[in-house]
Design a protein. Structure first.
Length: 693
């Protein structure tokens, strides 16, 4: 129409299926040279084809936001503020009569590389008049830089002697640095997988190539950058959603141009083009965060394998709890396993005990036995980790008199109480309401808080240990930029005694002073409708357990449950994760479930449930029988049947052949798009779904 749009030219044709009068002229060519090379473009088109998502959206959305807006692939510099030599020498006490200048100067003195305008404005100490005053006094200065958000390390890298297991792993992978192989680096928690990464990345850099390292969470990047910085001795660029558009765009451009030898990022970093790819690393490869759950539903872990194969370079999948997909691929000889069976520095694996909640007196969510172990650990000057995978104060809020429950009217799910903010919060659609002072049904005054989230457990611990320094780490306490890094430094420096948190604490962190890890509640995950729930729980228990005893002192893990004899727990604790996962894999094979079969899911939602059901029934009606047709289940209600006011249902398709399923989807979805019922719903296709919700 009359709209101006940014697009990417991927080929030039001589004719068109559209009438010439309907074609629009290109207004302007933005870039003087192609944004990406043919290899990367073919990867983007393959991704579109495999995940059945429009190629235009895949290609355009793989670019940084600044380029999508029509800017050329060059950026002007950004202003940074640094302390001058005089500003570095002056003590903050000399500015005590100007507290704002004093606080701002202290902030800049703690940032030897300086802070950009955007970074400064996010600081609590920021004041524009104070900044101008410091500049007038010659204590700070501004400079313009064109640089990606990276860590520059001009020092010689640390000389660490790898252990025997690490050395064997490094040598095995180094032999394949010039060809594609997928290595599953299966190492127990604390076995030194990161040191293996460092040694291999250094080797790749020496050959003039680049490495891309993927992490599951932004919260892991500060710790990982520090360890890479000490071990590699070169620039490390960072790429994740917590950065500004300018920072992400600059990293993207510098990686494509080959200026940055190492890029470290989360899921979205898989789309960064590399000038000379030499190695792809996916740490904590089992983590669900690598799967995009909205819009374009891709798996960054799986796409790393495609990029490695296309670039003829190795891919390393690292984990202490490999996914069943990876274990299945091992059995099919598609992956090579590299084992790290021992912890470094002779550290021992922690002792794991189950606490039967039915026979224990409780203080909130904590048993008296757990309290005894916490007191003993604190008395020894060691740290305690208390894990609860629910944020907020309480997962339910009800009236004692009439039984009313605070339910989200848009999701039919219970709202979580956040006591600090006096809010009821739906963690599914993000709806928030003020905490009522009386029951909206009967006006009763006796309102009960049911269950325990991290906020409530923190309250219990503060009452029991008033002198202990308690740090809570969940999505609520780490929203501000840099907050996770400051908490991590606080823990490592010994300024924290008890750590309370969600799964953000369970992923790859190295806390050498933690000797006691407590899992408050595993019962909610023992009986789930998702067939993957047992796998996820086994991974979570093993990962949390791995945070204890990573230093010189032995560790202990306590698991509170009302079902101490549950076969899942017994198999995991008595036989270990690999035997546990092998048994799960056999169950999947007998049931014909992924990864022993291949699945796709057609999801649909609308305000009227009849529209959803009509659409999915019409889509199912397009499926004819035959050898190539997949097995079909549904339409069925999604486990979370209503979200944000929209009813949700799904159609599940399954096949023994990945190629056959892909061919079927390509033809079938072309027909689904033409259905008149499709106009009344919002629908999407999810290939290799990881979440049934």
């Amino acid at each position: 129409g009359r709209r101006r749009a940014v697009g990417m030219i991927i080929a030039i044709g001589q004719d068109s299926e559209y009438p010439a009068a309907k074609l629009k002229r290109v207004i302007e060519i933005i870039d003087k040279a192609p944004l990406v090379d043919d290899l990367h473009l073919s990867f983007l088109r393959w991704s579109s084809d495999y995940y059945q998502h429009p190629a235009g959206e895949v290609i355009i959305n793989s670019l940084p936001a600044i380029l999508r807006q029509g800017r050329a692939d060059t950026l002007a510099g950004e202003r940074f503020w640094c302390v001058t030599s005089e500003g570095a020498r002056i003590s903050q006490e000399q500015l005590e009569r100007s507290p704002r200048q004093q606080a701002l100067l202290g902030c800049l003195q703690d940032a030897p590389d300086g802070l950009s305008d955007a970074m400064l404005k996010r600081q609590e100490t920021f004041s524009l008049p104070a900044l101008r005053a410091l500049a007038d006094k010659g204590l700070v200065r501004a400079e313009t830089r064109v640089t990606p958000p990276c860590v520059a390390n001009n020092e010689m890298p640390d000389a660490i002697t790898p252990s025997k297991d690490q050395l064997e792993a490094i040598q095995a992978i180094r032999q394949s640095l010039d060809s594609y192989n997928c290595f599953l680096l299966n190492g127990v928690t604390g076995s030194g997988k990161t040191e293996v990464y460092i040694q291999l990345v250094r080797r790749v850099i020496e050959t003039g190539k680049q490495a891309l390292v993927l992490l599951p969470e932004i919260a892991l990047t500060p710790q990982f950058v520090q360890r890479l910085q000490r071990g590699i001795g070169t620039r490390i660029a960072v790429y994740h959603s917590g950065l500004t558009d300018r920072e992400r765009c600059q990293t993207w451009i510098e990686a494509r141009n080959g200026v940055t030898p190492v890029v470290l990022g989360t899921r979205s970093a898989i789309w960064i083009p590399l000038h000379a790819p030499g190695l792809f690393i996916v740490d904590e490869e089992h983590d669900l965060s690598y799967k995009q759950q909205e819009s374009f539903r891709y798996s960054a872990r799986d796409l790393a394998l495609v990029r490695g194969r296309n670039s003829h370079c190795p891919v390393i999948l690292g984990s202490a709890t490999p996914s069943l997909e990876s274990i299945y691929n091992l059995s099919q000889k598609d992956y090579r396993q590299i084992l790290l069976p021992h912890r470094v520095a002779n550290a021992r694996m922690p002792e794991i005990r189950i606490l039967d909640m039915k026979t224990s007196a409780l203080d909130g969510a904590l048993s008296e036995t757990l309290h005894q172990h916490i007191r003993t650990t604190l008395a020894r000057g060691q740290q305690v980790l208390v894990f609860q995978n629910r944020r907020g104060y309480a997962p339910a809020f009800m009236c004692h008199q009439c039984g009313w429950l605070a339910e989200c009217q848009r999701c039919n799910k219970l709202m979580t109480l956040h006591k600090e903010k006096q809010l009821l919060w739906c963690h599914h659609c993000d709806r928030q309401i003020r905490l009522p002072t009386a029951c909206p049904e009967c006006a009763g005054q006796e309102l009960l808080e049911i269950g325990h989230g991290t906020e409530r457990i923190e309250e219990t611990l503060k009452a029991a240990y008033p002198k202990a320094r308690i740090v809570r780490i969940d999505r609520d306490t780490t929203r501000r930029k840099g907050s996770m890094h400051s908490m991590y430094e606080q823990i490592l420096s010994g300024e924290a005694d008890i750590l309370v948190g969600t799964q953000m604490l369970a992923k790859g962190h190295h806390f050498p002073a933690v000797t006691l890890a407590a899992i408050v509640d595993v019962d909610s995950s023992l009986y789930s409708t998702d067939f993957r729930a047992t796998e996820r729980l086994g991974q979570l228990i093993t990962q949390v357990s791995g945070r204890a005893g990573r230093g010189q002192d032995p560790g202990m893990v306590l698991i509170q449950t009302h079902f101490p004899d549950h076969p899942l727990l017994r198999t995991l604790l008595e036989k270990g994760y690999m035997m546990f996962s092998t048994e799960l894999l056999e169950e999947r094979r007998l049931a014909g479930l992924p990864p022993c079969a291949f699945m796709a899911m057609l999801r649909a939602e609308a305000a009227d449930i009849d529209h959803v059901e009509d659409f999915l029934n019409a889509a199912r009606g397009l499926i004819n029988g035959g050898r190539q047709a997949p097995q079909v289940a549904g339409p069925v209600l999604a486990p979370m049947r209503r979200r944000a006011g929209r009813h949700r249902m799904q159609l599940i398709l399954q096949s023994d052949s990945r190629q056959a399923l892909n061919r079927f989807l390509r033809n079938w979805l072309d027909q689904v798009e033409t259905l008149k019922q499709a106009r009344r719903v919002r629908w999407s296709i999810d290939v290799d779904p990881q979440d049934m919700m």
